[in-house]
Design a protein around this ligand. Structure first.
Ligand code: SAH
Length: 452
């Protein structure tokens, strides 16, 4: 390394991480480099003005990096290096480099290098961000695991094509998922079992996935990845067609939705089906609207799986309250308005809604009613009856986050009539509280939708 400043420091860190032993030549070194050299056995600092003699003395260097702030000197260094057939890199000067440093997405042992040959470093950085998001954080662990088993797999399958099929199943199935979830022992155990089993590997897995409130952009990366591996998908009425579209094309899709009152497939039936499909060796995606653990009966489904020893994972989703509030421009909490927020099941049970109304009418909180459209009149009347002011702001969001979203802003007295007159249809979410006063300033999505 010729140079001793900030830029030299960055490059030195990079090559040191790759295991290089480094000699740096400069008239002055920054404090970090001096500290680093004091601790390191592989970094030596040579306080000296660079001359061609260094290049000869430093033989057998395999790479020379020129990172001084003197462009001409950098180029001279590079020429000297090339004269001795040593690879050279001049920082920010690709024309004078025989080697360039790509941007790296590091999932060691897997590394992705991205380079534009110096033409578009910003574009490279953007691409790198995309890869960082796309490639599971635990990919390195999976690769390392595969590395430890390579010899055994090779011994077991003599045909290359068998080995390929084997690894494909490993990398696209429960073993990979266990590694990504940092359950390395479990992954290793499953991999061991898979090798030992003579017949086709046949342990399925269930992924209980939150599909969010409607907008497919609100899915998590993890949800998308698992959806693209599914053999079978069981989905609800609340799953938007756009979200369902992102499931692997060849997957079998099974609708298990309920319409109010009419239970298409009973809950225990769904629980049972999940177990069966998984035991047959399928990767089963159970796709639910919003978040599976918020009014989603997700807990019941995985309870059955746990009882049957079927392995599963739960992927959180954006719940309707978060999605609808964000897309309607209603912050659920606010320093001046609400210090807490309640998520409430507002559905009627034999014409009644049994809730602790006295608790719900306390000040400085926001109420969010799920499943409240049928009982809307009762909800508003009960809140008024228990002491909320008649002009307490109340909002209803219809089909939130989708391009059919409508937002009705009113108060407890008037909201039901407004909403009925407009013929709003499920799914809808009711929000009550003074945070709604902020909405006229903060609305940003689908603002042209008519609500009158
Ligand atoms: N698990 C889901 C909730 C299921 S209960 C979640 O976390 O969001 C079903 C209720 O969710 C609906 O009655 C409605 O109140 C609400 N909901 C779901 N999606 C919605 C949407 N896009 N817009 C408005 N409300 C929605």
């Amino acid at each position: 390394m010729i140079g001793g400043g900030e830029i030299a420091l960055r490059k030195i860190r990079l090559v040191a991480e790759a295991g290089a032993s480094i000699t740096a030549v400069a008239i002055e070194f920054c404090a970090e480099l001096r500290a680093m050299a004091a601790e390191s056995e592989t970094l030596q600092l040579l306080e000296d003005r660079y001359s061609q003699a260094h290049m000869h003395n430093l033989q057998p260097a395999v790479l020379v990096i020129a990172a001084t702030n003197d462009r001409e000197l950098n180029r001279a260094v590079s020429a000297d290096a090339q004269g001795l057939n040593i690879l050279s890199n001049v920082v920010d000067d690709p024309d004078y480099s025989t080697v360039i440093f790509p941007s790296i997405v590091d999932r060691s042992p897997i590394q992705i290098a991205i380079s534009s040959g110096g033409d578009a470093p910003v574009l490279v950085r953007l691409l790198r961000t995309q890869f960082e998001a796309l490639v599971p954080a635990g990919l390195g662990k999976l690769a390392a695991l595969a590395g430890r088993f390579r010899t055994r797999v090779k011994a077991k399958f003599s045909h290359g094509s068998d080995r390929k099929a084997f690894w494909e199943e490993v990398f696209y199935g429960p073993i990979a998922e266990q590694a990504y979830a940092n359950n390395l022992q479990r992954a290793e155990q499953l991999l061991g079992e898979k090798i030992a089993a003579t017949e086709r590997f046949s342990t399925g897995e269930v992924y209980l996935i939150g599909g969010g409130p409607g907008d497919p952009d609100l899915l998590t990366f993890k949800a998308l990845r698992l959806m693209q591996q599914a053999d079978i998908v069981l989905y609800d009425r609340l799953i938007s067609p756009e979200v369902l579209n992102l499931v692997r094309r060849d997957a079998t899709r099974i609708y298990v939705g309920k319409t109010a009152g009419d239970h298409a497939v009973s809950q225990s039936n769904i629980n049972q089906k999940l177990v069966e499909y998984a035991q047959q060796g399928n990767r089963v995606v159970r796709l639910k609207g919003g978040d599976p653990f918020i009014f989603g009966r997700g807990g019941e489904e995985i309870e059955t799986l746990a009882e049957h020893g079927v392995s599963f994972q739960v992927v959180p989703g954006i719940t309707a309250a978060s999605g609808c509030a964000s897309y309607a421009g209603i912050p659920l909490t606010h320093r001046d308005h609400a210090q807490s927020v309640h998520f409430i099941a507002g559905h009627l049970r034999s014409g009644q809604i049994d809730l602790n109304w006295r608790e719900l009418v306390q000040s400085n909180q926001t109420l969010v009613f799920y499943m409240g459209l049928n009982g809307m009149e009762t909800i508003c009347a009960k809140l008024l009856e228990h002491g909320l002011a008649a002009d307490t702001p109340a909002a209803l969001i219809e089909k939130g986050t989708t391009d059919q979203q409508r937002v009705f802003i009113s108060d407890l007295t008037d909201l039901p009539k407004r909403v009925r007159d407009a013929g709003a249809k499920a799914p809808t979410l009711i929000i009550v509280g003074t945070v709604i006063a902020l909405q006229h300033k903060l609305a940003w999505f689908n603002v042209d939708a008519k609500t009158d």
